[in-house]
Design a protein around this ligand. Structure first.
Ligand code: ATP
Ligand code: ATP
Ligand code: MG
Ligand code: MG
Ligand code: MG
Ligand code: MG
Length: 278
């Protein structure tokens, strides 16, 4: 096709290509969900329907984008991890982050009515999500990344549980509750919940305390999983045959997406190499 004289404007486009041979983590976060959750009457501190909806949308993303190895979600955020060898969109950052944000947002809106029947979305306040991509050189950092998010979930949830217990059961104003919690450590917060309200924090719903891990349930792991970096570097230099790659791709697509609410900071989750294949 002949090029028009306008075609040159294309040369102004800038593309960031994500470094090769690095893990890609794409994290989405709801825009203004503090207000959004108030507008649609989310239960405080945790609305289970909202978490289930986030998880349902994330599962759809995993079903439609086979490059995703696993994901972790809490509150209004979700992180998806893609393997080092991922070639999706030739690793163009803008294509990746915008596709993840819009795919997730589309499913979140599509599924809304199923999780919030009787509370229709209002065109003046629709849920939207931003996205960023972060690169990590080894499984060590990937693991620490997910530990960081789960620790964040724990810290926020303990705080929010105290805050809303003081407000809802303790009759404090939001300002007074904030004051009461200022300078407290996690031991103080556990004690406050137990001694004043008879709440054992460890008995709170595990999805609130640990967040949600999504993995592809493929049974025993057979692929180039990196349980140790040395092994990974060796393994990844051996180029897979195309047929083997295709077989693995099919297997990933067919695998059910399983939802877990477990600790991912300790070793147990990660020693089972079949857990998270990237
Ligand atoms: P930003 O646009 O900068 O992300 P934000 O208002 O979304 O602003 P976040 O730090 O992302 O701020 O916090 C998300 C907020 O959404 C939480 O503080 C909480 O108030 C609310 N929220 C998210 N999920 C739930 C839920 N399942 N139940 C109750 N509240 C929730
Ligand atoms: P990519 O994911 O690379 O963008 P694509 O299939 O979306 O692939 P585009 O170059 O963006 O490719 O082209 C969009 C295509 O969508 C058009 O070629 C056309 O077939 C179809 N399309 C878009 N809008 C309309 C429309 N209003 N009516 C009919 N067909 C349309
Ligand atoms: Mg944000
Ligand atoms: Mg947010
Ligand atoms: Mg958030
Ligand atoms: Mg297109």
């Amino acid at each position: 096709m002949a090029k028009s004289r306008f075609e040159y404007v294309r040369t102004y486009e800038q593309d960031t290509t994500l470094l090769p041979n690095t893990y890609i983590v794409i994290r989405l976060d709801g825009r203004g969900f503090h207000r959004f959750s108030a507008r649609y009457g989310f239960q405080k501190p945790n609305d289970k329907r909202a978490l289930d909806l986030m998880n349902a949308a994330a599962k759809q993303v995993m079903r439609q984008i086979p490059d995703v190895a696993g994901a972790y979600g809490q509150s209004d955020e979700y992180s998806f991890v893609l393997g080092r060898q991922c070639r999706m969109f030739d690793r163009r950052e803008a294509k990746l982050v915008s596709t993840f944000a819009s795919t997730f947002t589309a499913h979140y809106q599509f599924l809304w009515a199923e999780y919030f029947p009787g509370t229709p979305l209002d065109g003046s306040m629709l849920p939207t999500f931003d996205a960023r991509a972060v690169l990590y050189p080894s499984m060590r950092e990937v693991r620490d990344y997910f530990s960081w998010r789960q620790a964040d979930c724990h810290i926020n949830n303990l705080y929010n549980t105290c805050f809303w217990t003081l407000v809802i059961s303790g009759g404090l104003s939001e300002r007074d509750a904030e004051q009461a919690l200022m300078g407290t450590n996690s031991g103080d917060k556990n004690e406050l919940l137990f001694s004043r309200f008879g709440i054992n924090y460890n008995n709170e719903d595990v999805i609130f305390r640990k967040g949600t891990i999504l993995i592809r349930d493929m049974g025993v792991c057979t692929s180039t999983s990196d349980s140790s970096d040395a092994a990974a570097d060796l393994g990844e230099r051996q180029v897979k045959s195309r047929r083997q790659a295709e077989r693995e791709e099919k297997k990933r697509q067919k695998a059910e997406v399983a939802e877990l609410h477990v600790d991912i900071i300790g070793d147990e989750f990660w020693t089972d190499a079949g857990r998270w294949i990237v």
